[in-house]
Design a protein around this ligand. Structure first.
Ligand code: ZN
Length: 220
């Protein structure tokens, strides 16, 4: 999957390249009815459709030749998506992976000399009720959090709206890095890097193929 290594070019993914993280990529598909129409979704997290799920793999999987991490993608979405949407989804999933370093700045390794990975949570996860925002307006958790996101990162999420506000483009927050604010809302993320084996097997349907991507295939 060349696209994956295209996405790895970003500076924030440099440790993934340098540590030689091996990633298994899996496509999963929704069940089909007799007419070939999708029933349900390929991937689910907390009852909602997920487009991708990223997991780190354990020592046993690694010893058996699996990757160090696994990215499962919604194959139905993948087939419909354009290249740039695919790249954005892969970038999202890769961002969940963190290569652990020791205090001296070296990559931490497991007994197989494979890189030890951590999982990064989303910078922002929201769980809002429209009717609560409607009823309580400015006093609602929903409105308060929406404002906080708008003020801190509006230029990334709603560029048209923020660009329309006088002086908003040169916000003092423009250089703020994601992660500077933590918004604790609910666990209902669009997808998750944190899933047990049991949750994962319930969440994923119809895995069809599994190309494995090794960093040695990165074009120079
Ligand atoms: Zn995610």
């Amino acid at each position: 999957m060349d696209l994956l290594w295209g996405v790895c070019k970003y500076e924030s993914h440099k440790p993934i390249r340098e540590a030689g993280v091996k990633i298994d990529v899996v496509l999963a598909y929704a069940d089909r009815d007799d007419k070939g129409q999708a029933r349900g979704t390929a991937l689910q997290k907390d009852g909602r459709r997920a487009l991708g799920i990223t997991r780190k793999l354990g020592l046993k999987d690694r010893a058996m030749g699996r990757g160090d991490a696994e990215i499962t993608l919604d194959g139905d979405y993948w087939l419909e998506a354009g290249k740039e949407q695919q790249a954005a989804l892969l970038d999202h999933e890769l961002t969940h992976l963190v290569v652990k370093m020791d205090q001296a700045g070296f990559f931490r390794r497991d007994p197989l000399k494979r890189p030890i990975l951590g999982l990064r949570l989303h910078d922002i996860e929201v769980g809002w009720f429209v009717e609560v925002a409607k009823r309580h307006e400015g006093n609602s958790l929903e409105r308060g959090q929406a404002l906080m996101i708008m003020d801190s990162y509006g230029q990334y999420f709603w560029p048209e709206i923020v660009g329309a506000k006088p002086g908003a483009e040169k916000s003092e927050d423009a250089d703020k890095k994601p992660g500077d604010i933590t918004i604790q809302i609910s666990g209902e993320g669009f997808d998750s890097g944190l899933m047990s084996e049991e949750q994962f097997s319930k969440a994923v349907k119809n895995i069809k193929k599994r190309p494995t991507v090794e960093p040695t295939t990165v074009p120079a």
